[in-house]
Design a binder for this molecule. Structure first.
Ligand code: UD1
Ligand code: CA
Length: 457
């Protein structure tokens, strides 16, 4: 069975009150439409067609990299008209699944069940419906006495009696391409909204004696769309709660599943503990026995087994080694590579820096463009002066070196293995291994010196 997916994304989203097209607003750090495209692609379709309209340039700029066919709907004449725009590119022998760019939580499992049900009935039409206590606004599913679907009536076209029907149309349908093409061609806009309704294909299928097969979504919230910022926030929380439940199912301890956000992909080992208000972005991997303190932001990083990240640390494009202790208040910027048993303490910023096993940078330091050996101690307030105003330069520190507090290492510069740098030094030439190097004014004491006293007026 070959499947083509058509995603409707031409809506303006007036109620978002934004200059950005609705489908570009973010859920979990990604545009709404990108979530739907990703779910569609997990079904392994032959093609995904996205029907765009409002703010087309913006949509293409943001999502042009996606492996989809872009179809422009120049006039917004209704959902049936929108699907019809994609049909010239869909071969007759395929099935067409219709999704919506503003319905981001639709799940692969539900779609597979819908498609499988329709395909099993041979030339049938699959319809995703839901039972709602408050069906207002949705199209209603009209069934006969035998419970067979007859048609869908839109809220604005419904009689008072039809409005009492609690089974609603989610909008998601699947149908054989050849028949759908024919049904779409026969639509008219003779209704209260003057639109070509996709929903009118149901009655045509029934007239053609094509069985209509309906399925409920696996979860209640899957078919909810985003029309305003409140709904966007609700779906964001719903999505995050699902991530939290999934991770707790894998054995992760979340101190508060309501205060936790994954904006990307999070992979976890065993016995991971995550405190409150941690944000994960991009692709993050946490090894076994990792603990993450409160209020951390971690993006595109690997945290190896047994590492502890303490409160308020920001970690980006970094590898944290086994048993490392990071923070509180550490900032690890892109290109940081830490071996095992490394300690990075408070108010320490690292960038493009490799730190070998057992080394410590515990207080108030900036180390950038540097390579640090094993068992090195970098004292409080050490700064690599890596930038001369035009170019960046490297600092290399050998194994077992000791950098005294408040030192400046003016790159390019090498500190040899086992070297000691006296506190307060400005090191602008290489420091030989094993020796004490310091650049400090000799200390003197002035005999007989008196403190000034305040003049009396
Ligand atoms: C539609 C269904 C309704 C269903 C509801 C579920 C129709 C006629 N009605 O109603 O039965 O209960 O969804 O939410 O299908 N779109 C385009 N181009 C268009 C028109 C719409 O891309 O020309 C897109 C919109 O951006 C939107 C989606 O299709 O994402 C739904 O369109 P909308 O007009 O909002 O349909 P509803 O009135 O919600
Ligand atoms: Ca409408």
């Amino acid at each position: 069975m070959k499947l083509s997916v058509v995603i409707l994304a031409a809506g303006q989203g007036t109620r978002m009150r934004s200059q950005m097209p609705k489908v570009l607003h973010h859920l979990a750090g990604r545009p709404l439409l990108e979530h739907v495209i990703a779910t569609a692609q997990r079904l392994r379709p032959t093609a995904v067609h996205v029907v765009y309209g409002h703010g087309g340039d913006q949509v293409l700029r943001a999502l042009g990299h996606c492996q989809v066919q872009w179809v422009e709907q120049r006039e917004r004449l209704g959902t049936g008209h929108a699907v019809a725009q994609a049909m010239p590119k869909v071969p007759d022998d395929e099935w067409v699944l219709v999704l919506y760019g503003d319905v981001p939580l639709i799940s692969e499992a539900t779609l597979r069940a819908l498609v499988a049900g329709a395909v099993a009935g041979q030339a049938s039409l699959g319809l995703l419906t839901a039972m709602l206590e408050q069906p207002k606004g949705y199209g209603r599913i009209v069934r006969n006495d035998q419970g067979q679907v007859l048609r869908i009536v839109e809220e604005k076209d419904a009689t008072a009696e039809q409005k009492r029907i609690c089974e609603v149309n989610t909008g998601v349908i699947v149908a054989p391409a050849a028949q759908l093409r024919r049904w779409l061609g026969a639509l008219n806009n003779d209704n209260s909204q003057g639109e070509y309704y996709l929903t009118d294909v149901i009655a045509q299928a029934v007239a053609d004696q094509v069985p209509v097969h309906s399925v409920y979504p696996a979860r209640e919230t899957e078919f909810l769309g985003v029309n305003d910022k409140q709904q966007l926030a609700q779906l964001e929380r719903q999505y995050q709660r699902e991530q939290a439940d999934f991770l707790m199912g894998q054995g992760v301890t979340l101190l508060d599943p309501q205060r936790f956000d994954v904006r990307g992909e999070l992979y976890v080992g065993k016995d991971v503990v995550i405190d409150i208000d941690v944000i994960f972005e991009g692709k993050v991997t946490l090894g076994d026995n990792v603990s993450i303190g409160p209020f951390c932001v971690i993006r595109d990083s690997v945290i190896a087994n047994g590492a502890q990240i303490k409160a308020y640390s920001i970690i980006e494009e970094t590898h944290v080694g086994e048993r490392d202790i990071i923070g509180p208040y550490a900032r690890l910027r892109p290109g940081t590579l830490l071996a095992s048993d490394v300690h990075i303490g408070n108010f320490v910023e690292l960038k493009k820096t490799v730190v070998d096993q057992g080394s410590k940078i515990n207080h108030l330091s900036y180390v950038g463009d540097a390579t640090i050996g094993k068992r090195v101690n970098v004292g409080a307030g050490t700064i690599t002066c890596n930038y001369d105003g035009a170019n960046k330069h490297q600092t290399v520190i050998g194994d077992d070196a000791f950098i005294g507090s408040d030192s400046q290492l003016v790159a390019p510069v090498t500190v040899g293995a086992g070297a000691t740098i006296g506190a307060g030094s400005t090191i602008s030439r290489d420091a030989p291994e094993g020796q004490l190097t310091l650049s400090r004014m000799a200390q003197k004491s002035v005999v007989g010196w008196k403190r000034p006293t305040k003049k009396s007026q």
